[in-house]
Structures are given as C-alpha cells and as structure tokens.
Write a protein that binds this ligand. Structure first.
Ligand code: ADE
Length: 244
C-alpha cells in the first residue's frame, strides 16, 4: 500500500482537508516535539498529515520547524511520498490569482546569500529535486506549475525579489525548500502543492492580504488535494524505486 505523507505548516491550511477525509489524530506520536499527526486511509492508500505544531501560542512556520518535522516524519512513518501543501505568495506580473493552486516544478531558497565560489552559491540556493511525476500529475489535474522559492520572512525585501526574479521564482513560501533539503538527503520524493494567499507585487500589506485570503486558499488546497490523493492512489504511481 502506498503511504502518502502531507507536511503542512498551519492547522488552518490543513483543517478542510483533515475534515474532508475524516482523519483521526494520533496523539503523542512525535512527543516531545509539537508536531501533530493525523491518519486515515483513502482509496487504498495510507494517508498521514503531519503539522508543524505550535510554540508561543501560534502555529510554527518556517524552515527550522519544517526541516525537523520532515526528518521526524520520514524516520517515524517511512512514507513513499511527501507532499508539502500550503499557502504562498505569488506575482500579479505572472498572472497569478488569489486561491489559485499550483504544483511545484522546482524549489530553491531565495534568502541565503553566500558569497564565494559557485559551489557555496549552489549549496546556499539549494535547487533540490522534486518528485519526477509532478508534471504528469499537474497536467492530468489541470493545475499550473511554478518554481517555489523559500525564505524565512513573510515580507518581500528588494534583495529577495532580485534573487527570485533572477532565478525565475513564481511562488514564495517559508517551508518548501527546507523540506526538500531533507528529502534530498533521504531520497524520499517530494511533491509541492501551493495555494496563493497574496500577491507580492499587488501593493497591499502582505500580512493583511494573507489573513484575508487564508480560508479561501485553504479550501482551494483541500479541493486540489482531494484530486491529488485520488490520482496518486488510483494510478499507483509512487513506489520506492521511482524516487525523485
Ligand atoms: N505564505 C503565504 N504568503 C507568503 C508570502 N508572501 N511569503 C512567504 N510565505 C507565504
């Protein structure tokens, strides 16, 4: 049986999906870490949803929590595929729209500036592999694809924008590359599913736009992920030999 493991930062991003599949929480699985585990079965596939959990009364977001959650999920659950589903910023200039869902076709960091030779620069940017079936899935489900770039901040500083533009980035988030880093070390394939909450070049304050559109983007994620899980389960596309 395929085991598909979602890693999702915020409870709000995951809740519509958890509810739709009537997944049950498995308490204490990652103790003493705050990560939360929900499990279920869909169309013959085992489905896990792992959330980063909370600290200081808010959902953990960002690279550090995403990396250690990915490592714990891979070690504790041995999934066949990791899916990082979440919200992102995108660009009006690319024709992006609020609550539009994308599949990642590449992933890198945009805020790790390490001067030196090409090797240091390459390591800093990441550019990790993604699951080789991503394009076929996107085409089958009619989802747009885009390059995801990850940083540690919600806002967009000019230096970050310059790097994103230089490397053809289209979707800005805070977790994907950190999870991709762990997947690249462990050989577990990774699929990225991102829904737009805010337009980085739209002129509005990012946090306000993000809060306003979080629910719509999360419901769009649920709809896309329903199709994705059914597609993955029915087509039996993943197996341990078809990694990245
Ligand atoms: N998540 C949602 N919107 C984001 C943005 N603009 N930057 C980083 N992460 C995000």
């Amino acid at each position: 049986m395929n085991h598909i493991c979602y890693i999702i930062a915020m409870q709000a991003e995951a809740q519509p999906f958890i509810q739709e599949f009537q997944m049950e929480e498995v308490t204490g699985f990652f103790s003493p870490y705050p990560f939360r585990l929900y499990q279920g079965e869909v169309d013959g596939s085992r489905l896990s949803v792992v959330l980063l959990g909370q600290q200081h009364g808010t959902d953990l977001v960002g690279c550090e929590a995403a990396s250690i959650t990915a490592m714990a999920a891979i070690q504790g659950l041995a999934p066949d595929l990791i899916v990082n589903s979440g919200t992102c910023g995108a660009f009006k200039a690319d024709g992006a729209a609020i609550a539009e869902v994308y599949v990642g076709n590449a992933v890198m960091f945009h805020d790790r500036r390490v001067p030196g030779d090409d090797e240091w620069g390459t390591q800093a940017l990441g550019n990790y592999p993604l699951w080789s079936g991503s394009a076929k899935l996107a085409e089958a489900l009619g989802l747009r694809m885009g390059k995801v770039t990850t940083g540690s901040s919600l806002d967009l500083q000019p230096v970050d924008e310059e790097i994103i533009r230089q490397h053809g980035g289209q979707l800005k988030d805070m977790e994907a590359a950190a999870i991709a880093f762990v997947c690249s070390l462990t050989g577990v394939p990774l699929l990225l599913v991102k829904s737009v909450t805010d337009l980085c070049d739209g002129g509005e304050k990012t946090y306000d736009e993000f809060r306003r559109n979080l629910s719509a983007a999360s419901h769009a994620l649920r709809d896309a992920n329903l199709s994705i899980v059914r597609y993955l389960s029915r087509s039996k596309l993943i197996c341990r030999t078809s990694r990245s």
